[in-house]
Design a protein around this ligand. Structure first.
Ligand code: TXA
Ligand code: MG
Length: 321
């Protein structure tokens, strides 16, 4: 059930987490499905609710950088530079874990992903719990990420008792994930902090976006970020693909196509990439809610946050290839 984020309700949500339950809550990137990050049984409930086929590692959410030292060993000073610049915010750091972090959180990895969200309700919830909250995006495995409480309700409403409402997430795509070893920095997922922003702080970032997720690697693809209506790039369709179909469209800023659409959404009429990222999942949810046969999306220029947007769109279209 969606409830407002009054002080009492945040406490209620914290009590639910402390007693081993799961709660959906807003962050600036997307809504998270949270459980006590130090309680393995509670964390298992997240996988159950999301119907994840395997135990993918989760991000631990903290509300102050002091908490980081309880969870990880810091072996590279770049960590401090990144924290100073980007926390709280959409940057997740993958670091060597301490014993206190349960294996189910890291899927057996010696590293753990940690993030300090920049959202007052997320912060208040973590504070009230007094422990890190493990949280993936609050969607069913493979489907669209949620950027409003209603999006969470649509996919997980029957599985989560408490959905804290915090309005629309203003970054709108997931956090950027970087792994930091003693000597190197690897970018593992494009997200709310662009590669350009990262390289201003540490000039040697190696891009190592998971092979598993790479487009054009047949057989290795899994469903990801996909609406439940087929999605294709406008540039890749033929007349046969669209004939007789009820079509929706997602454009960047204007409609240059001659095709007739039942429903059109624009990411940013001003052509602002940040606004486009913030609205990406929101518009895809709007299209998914309409009675359409196919959604056509425009290719976005791959610079800055455009890389994160294209990453989500490529994975979503691959689902239907
Ligand atoms: O913005 C976000 O990051 C949102 C909000 C809720 O904070 N969370 C999110 O979580 O996107 P999720 O579970 O949907 O994605 C987490 C990603 C997964 O792709 C996972 O493989 C990666 O983080 N990850 C987690 N721990 C890792 C680790 N130890 N090493 C490498 N990758 C890791
Ligand atoms: Mg996710």
């Amino acid at each position: 059930m969606i409830i407002n984020s009054s002080k009492e309700n945040i406490q209620k949500a914290a009590d639910e987490i402390i007693s081993g339950g799961i709660v959906a809550f807003p962050t600036e990137t997307v809504y998270g499905l949270g459980a006590d990050g130090l309680n393995p049984t509670a964390v298992a409930k997240i996988f159950e609710a999301k119907q994840r086929p395997s135990f993918n590692p989760l991000i631990l959410h903290i509300s102050s950088s002091d908490q980081l030292n309880d969870l990880v060993t810091i072996e590279n000073d770049i960590v401090y530079k990144l924290i100073n610049k980007f926390w709280p915010g959409p940057l997740t750091l993958v670091l060597t874990k301490k014993d206190i972090v349960p294996d189910i959180v890291t899927a057996g990895n010696p590293t753990v992903a940690v993030r300090m969200p920049n959202h007052p309700i997320a912060k208040a919830l973590i504070d009230a719990c007094g422990r890190p909250i493990a949280a993936p995006s609050a969607n069913q495995f493979g489907f669209l990420s949620p950027t409003t409480a209603e999006h969470v309700e649509k996919q997980l409403g029957d599985k989560v008792k408490i959905i804290l409402d915090g309005g629309k997430s203003n970054v709108g795509v997931e956090s950027t994930i970087v792994e930091i070893t003693k000597t190197e920095v690897f970018l593992l997922r494009h997200g709310g902090i662009s590669l350009e922003q990262l390289t201003e702080v540490c000039n040697l970032v190696k891009v190592k976006v998971n092979n598993f997720d790479k487009p054009n690697a047949p057989g290795q693809l899994i469903q990801h970020y996909a609406p439940n209506i087929p999605l294709k790039f406008l540039s890749e369709i033929s007349d046969g693909d669209i004939k007789g179909k009820k079509l929706g469209a997602l454009f960047f800023k204007e409609n240059n196509s001659k095709i007739k659409f039942e429903q059109i959404e624009f990411l940013s009429k001003n052509g602002d990439m940040r606004e486009a990222a913030a609205n990406l999942f929101f518009h895809l949810h709007n299209l998914e809610n309409k009675d359409l046969d196919l959604i056509l999306v425009e290719t976005i220029e791959s610079t800055g946050l455009g890389i994160a947007i294209m990453d989500r769109l490529i994975k979503a279209t691959n689902t239907y290839k």
